[in-house]
Ligand binder design. Sequence first.
Ligand SMILES: [Zn+2]
Length: 389
Amino acid sequence: MSSSFKDVLSQVKKEIREVSVQDVDSAMKSRSDFVLLDVREKEEWDEGHLPGAVFLPRGFLEVRIEKTVPERQTPIMIYCAGGVRSALAAKSLKDMGYTDVVSMAGGYGEWKNNGLPFVVPEKLTKNRLARYSRHLKIPEVGEKGQLKLLQSKVLFVGAGGLGSPAGVYLAASGVGTIGLIDSDVVDESNLQRQILHWTSSIGMPKVDSARRTIFEVNPDVKVKTYQLRLDASNVLDIMQDYDLVVSGSDNFATAYLVNDAAVMLRKPVVYGSIFRFDGQASTFVPYEGPCFRCLYPQATPPELAPSCDEAGVLGVLPGVVGLIQATEAVKVLLNIGEPLVGRLLVYDALGMSFKTFRVRRDPNCSTCGSNAHIDLEAIPEFVCATNVR
Ligand SMILES: [Zn+2]
């Protein structure tokens, strides 16, 4: 005679022992001699599970239980989503000779309804596993590193020559949040090197044009835009939300402002500058290495600095320097390799040479020295110098 599922379940429930979610909760607090088994499917597990639970889906239960729990006397508590699959699992284990098996009535749903603690495993979704698969093959990055990048927030000062290659690549790499500060609109003369912007972007605010490009490159990335000129009144508010700053400003005043605010907030800054055929890059980690002011204590006097419009730059140069900045940013965020802390990298495109120079912290630095006094208001408004965006 055949029996309905209802009959089977009620028969099973007579043969096994059920416990409440509170029983499991108090056992978790007071005992460590039992195994807590989650017999749901992978997708259910990934959405959240009980702390300390062992994942063994119902379909593999009988096949794998002897490996997971070799001793038949070990107490086992089983749960699923609502208490049905766990009841069937408990019966099956009992039949296999496990002597102390219970099923948690009401399952994970009841557990959550009672406000009891659960953990959500940090995992990349299927789509993300595909998109970032080349990172996952590098042990130094891996899934953990990629999740770290996705949770990271990088602020770009300037969406121009340096911000463009750095922004495109960091977005593609999967840096989760990108902030863009730029007050300008896209001009035809930008397009030769500022690859965030296209011919169709002429006249658009640079931050909007950049957001459009980044979205096309990687819709995973949240883009926050600030169409303004950075000054003492807004720099701290904006910068405090970010883990790292990529500085590609076109003038010394902004570079000092970014530096001093970053030292106050202890945020690392990846610095880059370009002029004609030459580029520079360094990574300033406050109090671990020198800051920008240790390197350049005083601004170039305005009368000696060419105006930004007149300074020339080879169109391909910012690509190299911006990508060095992007590489440094990834290294700092993942805490791998040796960033350019205490070193200034100088790139000569015509000679095709890279040289690094040691830079030490200046004990008398007005920003990070022992008698430092940071006054953001005192930084002159705008001094155009030898950098080009
Ligand atoms: Zn300093």
